[in-house]
Design a protein around this ligand. Sequence first.
Ligand SMILES: [Zn+2]
Length: 423
Amino acid sequence: MEVSFNLCPSLQRPAMAQACILQGARVALSPSLAEHRDLVIRDGFIERLVQPGTRPPLLNGNVSTYDLSNCLVLPGLINAHDHLEFGLFPRLGRGPYPDARQWALDIYRPNESPIRGLLEVPRTTRLFWGGMRNLLSGVTTVCHHNAYEREVFEGEFPVRVLKRYGWSHSLDFSDDVVADFKKTPENAPFFIHLGEGTTEASRREIHWLDQSGLMNDKTVIIHGVALQAAEWELIRQRGARAVWCPSSNQFTLGQTLSPTLLQSGMVAALGNDSPLTAAGGLLQEIECALELGAGIHQLYAMVTQTAAQVLRLSHGEGTIKEGGVADLLVVSDWGGSPGEHLCYPTGIQIEAVFCGGRLMLAGAAATSENTDTESAGPMTRFNYGGTDYWTPLDLSQHLEATKKTLGKGFRLAGKRLELAKPI
Ligand SMILES: [Zn+2]
């Protein structure tokens, strides 16, 4: 499928990014509905959604047009759980384990390969790869389960990282969960790994939390595999939320939640845990959830609007609407509904990812004859798992820092990433 895709030079530099128009694509208005609309984007937000052929409002300044014929525009995906500093790590452990504590004790060998070598890669670079792993799965916002690192996440970073939140690692590995909860900013979510096991002790964790007064509408339970119907009812009553990480749970515990548990009044998002335990990126997590019986509409919501609700995002993330932030995932259009595209068995073909109106990733179409390679300017072409992409991010410094320690053959979520050979 041929896509005319003109890379927009102004969007390569955020300070200059002012306005652009995305034309010719179908736009996702819900999981079941997509219609042809042109998107007028200004200063990172969707200013107008107009009928094709409608004369767009007068735009002053530096305006670029993208022809996205044969594409479908989805909301940028939201990953509700990750540990970005482990972006480069492989899966570690030989489960199933009774709980996450046993898994952690088994794999924590910092003086042995491969952990020793991986930890020698500078933390900034490891965090960057964690961001790239998300971007390559169509993610535009991720919830990082660790302290917020302003200098890294607010620099040249591949995706948005949730900024207003509180967190504790878990009852096992946090010193003072009550203090962590109290430090959570007002109206922000509080994330904690909980019930990550198959034992009675894991199940009881939620009762400790409740008796300590830490179960309310701020609380977001990550995993919850050990919880039974009574505990899920408690979560509902307290207005708490949940994040489901199916491939991670299956790897460490040998089982996970039933997707039906997460329906009927539960506000739950999908999480793509770090590659220490997850099968791949967020798109592989969706695949895993589908195999476990989750529905297309349920999953679509769990990585878009409901995920935004869980993370308490308030700028239209997870939707495509006027006034909302221009976080967009552009995929090759085969005519199905937005939900069917996202959940298609052979996966989606990513054509582009925009974050705040800025082109962060362009797919194979950008290398087609129709591409305005002159304006590609500082875009870098790279190959990930056999597919070529373009990005405005400076990959070379991170590649250098990584190869120095791990050699050329390092893998990101199981796939090779390297600069593409010149055309
Ligand atoms: Zn986790």
